[in-house]
Design a binder for this molecule. Structure first.
Ligand code: B3K
Ligand code: ZN
Length: 885
C-alpha cells in the first residue's frame, strides 16, 4: 500500500545506472513461516555513468533487513539509510561486494509478486519490479548480472528445487532439509530470475538443436496433473523448431523447464531456462480443455519460448521499451500459430480482439503510445496497446520491408545487441540498416497514441480508364496528445472486376502492371493513388489481411459487401466484408429499436449467410467465423454512445431470425459434424477444430428455436461428447436456454464430475457469468459463495467477475447501477489482496464515456467511491485517477 501519492516516472529522465552488478550470489532458506534471503552482489562503478562515487541506492520493498556488510565489513545503523522502498549507502571504492540478509514472508504474499506460495509450492514472479520484494538490488532491466542461486528446504515437502540455468551442486543437511545450487551462465536482469520449490512431478523429453546439441525439456506440475502435459511438450518442440527455421534462433542452455502454478497474475513468464506458467496456459487434455484452450497453450508456450531471444538474450533498457520485447514476441507467436493452424482464422481472431479491446483502450482514459512516455505503476502498462498494437507495428514493418529484408533486420538486431539492454530505436535502426528503408516517419507508431482513421474515396474516369483512391487519415486526440502527425499506413489492396476477377495493377507512372495485390504506403494526411488501364469501374478490396491497425471506411453498398464476401481472393477480407454487412444491418436494427419500431432484418444478411452455409467447399472454420455476428462489445466500440440494451436486442433478434430462416441448413450441417465427432477420436488438429467450431455455432443458433428436438441433441452432445469443446458448448447452450430443468441438471452434473479440477470449474463459472438472461448479477453473487470460488485465485476472479463485467453487457450495465457497484466492491476488496488483479478488473468501469449520461454518472460514482475507499495501491490509484481526470 502506498503512503503518499505515487510518483510518475518519465522516459525523458532515463539515466544509465551508476553501478553495475557483475555477479549475484543468492541463498534462499525456505521455511513455512518465513524465508531468509542472503545476497552477495559483486559490484562496480558503471564507467559509462560519469565519475566520482555517488551514493548507491538499492531497491527493496517489504524486506526485513537482518544484516548488511560491504567488503566483509558489517554496517551499523548509521552507515546506511533505510526507507520504504530504498536502501542507500556510500560505496568505499570503484569495486566492492555487498552482503545482505533479509527476512521475507512468501507464505502471506497474496499479491503474487516476488516470492510467494501457490498450492503449497514456492514460486516467483519478478517482472517487472518484483525482485525488489526478494532482496535489495538494482531492480532495473539495464543492470544485467550472472546469477548463482542456492535454495534449501525440507526435502519431503519440497523434493524439487529449481532455479535458472544449470544445476551445479546439491546435497542433504541434517534435520531433513536439502539444498541445490543452480548457475545461469547468461547475464540477465533481475526480472528474469526465478525459483521454484515444491512436490512436483515432471515429464521429460529432448530436442536436438540445429547445431546438433541435445536440450533436456521438462514440464513440472503437481502430481494429479501429470496427465495433462503432452500438448504443452509438443507445442514446445514445435516452437523450438519454428524459431530455428523462421528466425535462425537456437536455444542456448542444456535444459529448458516449465513449471505450472495455480495462482498466477497473468498467463506465463519467460524466466531464463525456467518458465513459470499459469496452469491454465500449459495444462491441456481433451476431456478437460477446449480447442481454444489447446490453441492458447500452444501460443503461450511458443510466446514464452520465443522470449529467450526477443526479451532475454536481447532485453529492454527500461520499461518504457516494454513493447520492444512484447510486441515483437506477440508478432512472432502469432506467425507461429498461423503456420501451425489456419492463417486466415488466426488473423480473424486476432483482429476481432484488437478492434474490440485494444481500440477501446486507445480511445479511453488509459490510452498511451506503444512506447509510453510516462507511467505511475509499470504493472498497469502490460496492456493491449503494448502487446497487441505493438505486434501490429511489427507486422507493418514486416509488410513494408518484405519477409526477406525483415529477416535480415532481425538477424542484424540479434547479432548487434546480443547480451544488451536496448531500445525500440535500436530495433528500428537494425531494420533500417539491413533493409535500406527509412523508417523515420514510421516511428510515429511508437510515439503517438490513438487509433488512426482512414477514409477512402474512389473516382473512376471511364474515358481515361483511370481509377483513383484518395486516402484521408486523421487521429483523434488522446490524453496528453491533442495533435497528431500523419502515420505511415501500409494498405494492402486489390481491385476486382464485375466477375470477381482480380485486375492486374498498374499505378500511373509505372511501365507495366505488376501483380494483382499491392501495398500502398499512405504517409500524407491526404494522398491519392491512381491506377491506369482500368477498362471498367472496379470494386476495391482494401486493407487486406488487416495490414494496419486503423479504422478504415469506404462507402460500400450492402450488395458490394455481399459480392466481396463471395469473390475476394483475400480470406480475411471475405470475412471482413461479412462483418461490415452485419454491422450495417445490426446498426439499422439498433436504430429501429431506439425509435420503438418493429425490428426487421435485411434479408440480404440471411441470403449471404445461406450461401456461406450451403457451400461445402468452404473451410468449416471460415464458415463458423462468417456465421459469428460481431460481438456486442464491438458494436459498442463502433457506437458514439453505446446503447447496451438496443445492441443486445438487435443482435438477439438477428440471431433468432438467422436461426428461423436457416434452421434446416444449420440442422443438416450440425448433424454431419456431430456424427463425425461421434465416430472419430478427438484430436486437436486444424480440421477437427474447424469442424467443432461449425458444429457448436450451429448448435447455438438451433437452440434459439427452443424445440424439443434441439434440447435432445444438446443433451446428447453434453452427455456423450468425449471432449470438453463439445461438452462445454452444449452446457453453454443449455445455460442460455429457457429449459430450466435441463439447465440445472447439466450444471449440477458438470460441477459434480469436475469439482476437483480447478481449471474446469473456471469454465463452469464463466459459462454462467456470461449468460445474458435476466438475473445475471444475482447468479454471479451467489456463485461467489460456491466452495470452488476464492478471490485469492486470479483465474477464479477472471472466470467469474471478469467474465461477468466484460462479456455480460446487459447484466453488468443494469440501469440501477448494481453491476457497477458489485464490480467496485470487488475492486476494493482485491486492492488489499492483489493490486495487479484489482487494477485489471477495473477496466470496464474506465470505459464510462461510451455510455448514456445515466450510466456515466453511475460508473463515475463507483470510480469515486473506489478513490475514497482508503489506502489505494499505486496500481488502482493510477487507473482510477486517470479515468476520472
Ligand atoms: N513478460 C510476462 C509479463 C509480465 C507481467 C508482469 N506484470 C509475460 C509475457 O508477456 O510473456
Ligand atoms: Zn511476453
Amino acid at each position: 500500500m502506498r503512503s503518499e501519492q505515487p510518483k510518475t516516472v518519465y522516459l525523458k529522465d532515463y539515466r544509465a545506472p551508476d553501478y553495475l552488478i557483475d555477479e549475484t550470489h543468492l541463498t534462499f532458506e525456505l521455511f513455512e513461516d518465513h524465508t531468509l534471503v542472503h545476497a552477495q552482489l559483486v559490484m562496480r562503478r558503471n564507467p559509462a555513468a560519469g565519475s566520482g562515487l555517488p551514493p548507491l541506492v538499492l531497491d527493496g520493498q517489504q524486506l526485513e533487513l537482518l544484516s548488511l556488510a560491504v567488503d566483509d565489513v558489517p554496517l551499523g545503523e548509521g552507515d546506511y539509510q533505510l526507507g520504504d522502498s530504498h536502501l542507500t549507502l556510500q560505496p568505499p571504492r570503484d569495486e566492492f561486494v555487498i552482503d545482505s540478509s533479509v527476512r521475507i514472508h512468501p507464505e502471506s504474499n497474496t499479491a503474487l509478486e516476488g516470492l510467494y506460495k501457490s498450492s503449497g509450492m514456492f514460486c516467483t514472479q519478478c517482472e517487472a519490479e518484483g525482485f525488489r520484494k526478494i532482496t535489495f538490488y538494482l531492480d532495473r532491466p539495464d543492470v544485467m548480472s550472472k546469477f548463482t542461486t542456492t535454495l534449501s528446504a525440507v526435502q519431503k515437502d519440497y523434493p524439487v528445487l529449481l532455479s535458472n540455468g544449470n544445476p551445479i551442486a546439491s546435497g542433504q543437511e541434517e534435520d531433513g532439509r536439502h539444498w541445490a545450487t543452480w548457475q545461469d551462465p547468461f547475464m540477465k536482469p533481475a526480472y528474469l530470475f526465478a525459483l521454484v520449490a515444491g512436490d512436483l512431478w515432471c515429464i521429460e523429453d529432448s530436442f536436438r538443436t540445429m547445431s546438433g546439441r541435445d536440450v533436456a525439456l521438462r514440464i513440472y506440475v503437481e502430481p494429479e496433473n501429470i496427465g495433462k502435459l503432452q500438448h504443452g511438450m509438443d507445442s514446445l518442440k514445435k516452437s523450438m523448431k519454428w524459431d530455428e527455421e523462421v528466425y535462425g534462433r537456437e536455444y542456448d542452455l542444456d535444459i529448458f523447464m516449465i513449471v505450472a502454478v495455480n495462482d498466477f497474475n497473468m498467463g506465463a513468464m519467460e524466466n531464463k531456462g525456467l518458465n513459470i506458467f499459469n496452469s491454465s496456459c500449459v495444462l491441456a487434455h481433451p476431456e478437460t480443455a477446449t480447442d481454444a484452450a489447446h490453441q492458447r497453450v500452444e501460443a503461450v508456450v511458443a510466446h514464452e519460448y520465443f522470449h529467450n531471444w526477443s526479451g532475454n538474450r536481447v532485453t529492454c533498457r527500461d520499461w518504457f521499451q516494454l513493447s520492444l520485447k512484447e510486441g515483437f514476441t506477440v508478432f512472432r507467436d502469432a506467425e507461429f500459430s498461423a503456420d501451425m493452424n489456419s492463417r486466415t482464422v488466426k488473423r480473424i481472431e486476432d483482429v476481432a480482439f484488437l478492434r474490440t479491446q485494444q481500440f477501446a483502450e486507445d480511445g479511453g482514459p488509459m490510452a498511451h503510445p506503444v512506447r509510453p512516455d510516462a507511467y505511475m505503476e509499470i504493472s498497469n502498462f502490460y496492456t493491449l496497446t503494448i502487446y497487441e498494437k505493438g505486434a501490429e507495428v511489427l507486422r507493418m514493418i514486416h509488410t513494408l520491408l518484405g519477409a526477406e529484408a525483415f529477416r535480415q533486420g532481425s538477424d542484424l538486431y540479434f547479432d548487434r545487441h546480443d547480451g544488451q539492454a536496448v531500445t525500440c530505436d535500436d530495433f528500428i535502426k537494425a531494420m533500417e540498416d539491413a533493409s535500406g528503408v527509412d523508417l523515420a516517419q514510421f516511428k510515429r507508431w511508437y510515439t503517438q497514441s490513438g487509433t488512426p482513421r482512414l477514409a477512402v474515396e474512389e473516382a473512376y474516369d471511364p474515358v481515361a480508364h483511370t481509377y483513383s483512391l484518395t486516402f484521408r487519415q486523421s487521429c483523434p486526440p488522446t490524453p496528453g496528445q491533442e495533435h497528431k502527425e500523419p502515420f505511415v499506413i501500409p494498405v494492402a489492396m486489390g481491385l476486382l472486376d464485375a466477375h470477381g476477377n482480380e485486375l492486374p495493377l498498374r499505378l500511373a507512372g509505372e511501365d507495366a502492371a505488376d501483380g494483382t495485390s499491392r501495398v500502398l504506403a499512405v504517409s500524407a494526411a491526404e494522398q491519392r493513388f491512381t491506377f491506369v488501364d482500368v477498362a471498367h469501374k472496379p470494386l476495391p478490396s482494401l486493407l487486406r489481411g488487416f495490414s494496419a491497425p486503423v479504422k478504415l471506411s469506404f462507402p460500400y453498398s450492402r450488395d458490394q459487401l455481399m459480392f466481396l464476401m463471395q469473390h475476394d481472393s483475400d480470406g480475411f477480407n471475405r470475412w471482413e466484408a461479412g462483418q461490415q454487412l452485419s454491422v450495417q444491418v445490426l446498426q439499422e436494427l439498433v436504430d429501429q429499436h431506439q425509435r420503438d419500431e418493429a425490428l426487421s432484418l435485411d434479408p440480404r444478411l440471411i441470403a449471404a449467410l445461406r450461401s456461406v452455409l450451403a457451400d461445402e467447399s468452404l473451410d468449416a472454420a471460415m464458415v463458423a467465423e462468417m456465421l459469428s455476428l460481431p460481438a456486442e462489445a464491438y458494436l459498442a466500440e463502433l457506437s458514439e454512445v453505446a446503447d447496451v440494451d438496443a445492441i443486445h436486442a438487435a443482435r438477439e433478434f438477428a440471431r433468432r431470425e438467422i436461426s428461423r430462416e436457416l434452421f434446416d441448413l444449420l440442422w443438416a450441417r450440425y448433424q454431419t459434424c456431430r456424427e463425425a465427432s461421434r465416430t472419430t477420436p478427438y484430436a486437436a488438429d486444424a480440421a477437427q477444430i474447424a469442424r467443432r467450431s461449425l458444429q457448436n455455432i450451429a448448435l447455438s443458433y438451433l437452440a434459439l428455436a427452443a424445440s424439443d428436438e434441439v434440447v435432445d441433441v444438446c443433451e446428447e452432445q453434453f452427455e456423450h461428447a468425449d471432449n470438453m469443446t463439445e461438452r462445454l458448448a452444449a452446457l453453454a447452450v443449455l445455460v442460455n436456454s429457457p429449459f430450466e430443468a435441463e439447465k440445472a441438471n447439466a450444471l449440477a452434473k458438470f460441477a459434480d464430475y469436475f469439482k476437483d479440477d480447478a481449471l474446469v470449474m473456471d469454465q463452469w463459472f464463466s459459462v454462467q457469468a456470461g449468460s445474458p438472461l435476466p438475473g445475471g448479477l444475482e447468479r454471479v453473487e451467489a456463485l461467489m459463495h460456491h466452495p470452488a470460488f476464492t478471490l485469492k485465485n486470479p483465474n477464479k476472479v477472471r472466470a467469474l467477475i471478469g467474465a461477468f463485467a466484460n462479456q455480460n453487457h446487459v447484466n453488468f450495465h443494469r440501469l440501477d447501477g448494481a453491476g457497477y457497484r458489485f464490480l467496485a466492491d470487488q475492486v476494493i476488496a482485491l486492492n488489499a489482496l492483489n493490486p495487479q488483479i484489482a487494477s485489471r478488473l477495473l477496466t470496464p468501469l474506465t470505459r464510462w464515456r461510451k455510455f448514456d449520461s445515466a450510466r456515466q454518472a453511475l460508473m463515475r460514482g463507483e470510480l469515486e467511491r473506489i478513490l475514497a475507499s482508503g489506502e489505494l495501491s499505486s496500481d488502482v490509484f493510477e487507473v482510477v485517477s486517470k479515468s476520472l481526470a
